[in-house]
Ligand binder design. Structure first.
Ligand code: K1U
Ligand code: ZN
Length: 173
């Protein structure tokens, strides 16, 4: 397993719409292993493949509280099949937008469908952090970031901050 470098805002890769996985191959299994390793190392509760630069519809998640007992999930081609009318506000973060947290409103509960690494189709209900996380990760697969759910003013401020940081990094200042 390899910890891969994270793609950070304003990298345009984060705006790509990821491609569906056609077949579970050894390459996909290795990608999932590397994503879990990268997510636990960060640390994070979710990761989309595009966050390590791979434009495929693969997500890893682990919203378990215990560090000693990991409950990893690998979601291939996940989609939300139902969302509640009721909304919930949750403070979100993003491994591609380090050290920035903001409240986002999303459906409180969702049902989602995905393929697991055994090629089985699974349908599952989620609430609380898991519901927020799965929506956040599926957004990544569609090139959408949590800052897109904020006001234009807040989004522009974040973009400016990260563009400046990237410029400083490339100029070596
Ligand atoms: O997709 C990502 O960027 C990962 C992101 C997922 C997420 C977190 C919170 C709400 C919605 C989506 C993160 O994991 S950010 C880090 C984080 O929230 C966390 C890290 C360690 C322990 C608990 C949470
Ligand atoms: Zn994110």
């Amino acid at each position: 397993m390899t910890i891969r470098p994270l793609v950070i805002l304003p990298d345009p890769k984060l705006r790509l719409v990821s491609e569906p996985v056609k077949e579970i191959t050894d390459e996909i299994r290795k990608l999932a292993d590397d994503m879990l390793e990268t997510m636990y190392d960060a640390p994070g509760v979710g990761l989309a493949a595009i966050q390590i630069g791979v434009p495929l519809r693969v997500v890893t998640m682990d919203v378990s509280k215990s560090e000693s007992e990991h409950q990893p999930l690998v979601l291939i081609n996940p989609e939300v099949t139902w969302a509640s009318e009721e909304k919930r506000v949750y403070e979100e973060g993003c491994l591609s937008i380090p050290e920035y947290y903001e409240e986002v409103e999303r459906p409180d509960r969702v049902r989602f469908r995905y393929m697991n690494l055994n090629g089985e189709i699974v349908e599952q209900d989620a609430e609380a952090l898991m519901a927020t996380c799965v929506q956040h990760e599926i957004d990544h697969l569609n090139g959408v970031l949590f800052i897109d759910h904020l006001s234009k003013l807040k989004r522009d401020r974040v973009m400016t901050k990260f563009k400046k940081a990237a410029k400083r990094e490339t100029s070596g200042a």
